[in-house]
Design a protein around this ligand. Structure first.
Ligand SMILES: CC(C)(COP(=O)(O)OP(=O)(O)OC[C@H]1O[C@@H](n2cnc3c(N)ncnc32)[C@H](O)[C@@H]1OP(=O)(O)O)[C@@H](O)C(=O)NCCC(=O)NCCS
Length: 140
C-alpha cells in the first residue's frame, strides 16, 4: 500500500492528530498543546491514506548529537501494516549520527528493538505526573 508522508505541519488538523494519539492509547494533551509540541519539534512525520491521517511521530533534537523520539502512533486498524516502521525510518533520516533516546509504552519495547534500540541502564525521568506514570509502568 502506498501512503502519503508529510514532513511538516502545514495544514495539519490538530484535532485529528489528538484522535490518532488517543485511539493508539497514548497520552493526550489539549489540542493547542499538541500543536505546539509538534510545531516545536525537530522533525515530524504524518502518514495519510488518501486524506485520512493514519499515523504520526516526532522527535526533538539539538540537531548536533542528541535527540528524543515521542508520539509514535498508528491508528489501530492500520497497525501491523508497516506504518510504524515507515514513521520511525523517516525520523531516523533526519537524525543520522545523532544519539536517540525514547521511552516505550510498557510492552512496546520490542517494536523499538527492531530498529536497534537497547534498554538504558541509567535512564531517569522527572515526570510531571509522577504517580500516574508509575501506575502506567514507566517508573519503578
Ligand atoms: C507500536 C506501533 C507504533 C507500531 O506500529 P505498527 O504500524 O503497528 O508496526 P509495523 O507494522 O510498522 O511493525 C514494524 C516492525 O515492528 C514489529 N512490531 C510491531 N509492533 C510490535 C510489538 N508490539 N512488539 C514487537 N514487535 C512489533 C513488526 O513485527 C515489524 O517487524 P518487521 O518489520 O521486522 O516485520 C503501533 O502499534 C501503535 O501505534 N501502537 C500504539 C501506540 C504505541 O504504543 N506507540 C508507541 C509508543 S512508545
Amino acid at each position: 500500500m502506498q501512503y502519503r508522508i508529510q514532513r511538516n505541519c502545514d495544514k495539519i488538523d490538530w484535532q485529528t492528530v489528538c484522535r490518532v494519539l488517543q485511539e493508539a492509547g497514548l497520552a493526550i494533551h489539549p489540542i493547542e498543546l499538541t500543536r505546539k509540541a509538534f510545531e516545536n519539534s525537530y522533525c515530524v512525520v504524518f502518514v495519510f491514506d488518501n486524506d485520512l491521517l493514519i499515523g504520526v511521530g516526532r522527535a526533538i533534537s539539538d540537531g548536533a548529537y542528541q535527540a528524543a523520539i515521542y508520539d509514535i502512533a498508528v491508528l489501530p486498524i492500520y497497525q501491523g501494516k508497516k506504518v510504524g516502521r515507515l514513521i520511525v525510518d523517516e525520523i531516523h533520516k533526519d537524525l543520522q549520527k545523532i544519539n536517540i533516546i525514547l521511552y516505550a509504552s510498557p510492552g512496546k519495547e520490542p517494536f523499538y528493538s527492531n530498529f536497534g534500540y537497547y534498554r538504558m541502564l541509567t535512564g531517569m525521568a522527572r515526570f510531571n505526573n509522577e504517580s500516574k506514570m508509575r501506575e502506567k509502568g514507566f517508573t519503578e
